[in-house]
Write a protein that binds this ligand. Structure first.
Ligand code: 5GP
Length: 115
């Protein structure tokens, strides 16, 4: 059995982090090292999926739920517009292998994506 992920430990209250939203199957926290004025993480409660490819194949409804939660949070925290990022694999910057979406909003300075 794998060690519990950092996100499972946060969900279970073992590591302190404010849970800013929670649904039946997902929750959201603020990223500890924000890369944008608004930088949230939307995470399935289940740690069964290591990345978005596995999640899309195994539980597309849960992926859709994450996107819906990201949208709700972007409306609440970032005026509605947002960038949704799933780092997939170490070379793409993934460090936590419990699938999660980065919700980036506010004034995005990063110029390699988007306008
Ligand atoms: P990844 O690099 O896997 O795409 O994203 C993992 C994210 O989790 C990183 O942006 C990192 O800053 C964030 N993170 C790692 N540990 C913690 C933590 O203990 N609390 C919070 N709130 N975020 C964390």
């Amino acid at each position: 059995m794998r060690e519990p992920s950092i996100f499972t430990r946060i969900l279970e209250g073992e590591i302190p982090s404010e849970i800013i939203a929670e649904t039946e199957n997902a929750f959201a926290i603020r990223d500890i090292h924000p890369q944008a004025p608004v930088h949230l993480l939307v995470i399935p409660k289940s740690a069964d999926y290591r990345n978005v490819v596995e999640l899309a194949a195994g539980d597309p409804d849960l992926l859709a739920e994450l996107v819906g939660l990201a949208n709700t949070l972007a409306m609440e925290h970032a005026g509605g517009d947002f960038r949704l990022v799933f780092n997939t694999g170490p070379d793409a910057g993934q460090t936590v292998f419990h699938v999660h979406a980065h919700v980036l909003g506010g004034r995005l300075e990063e110029k390699t994506l988007g306008a």
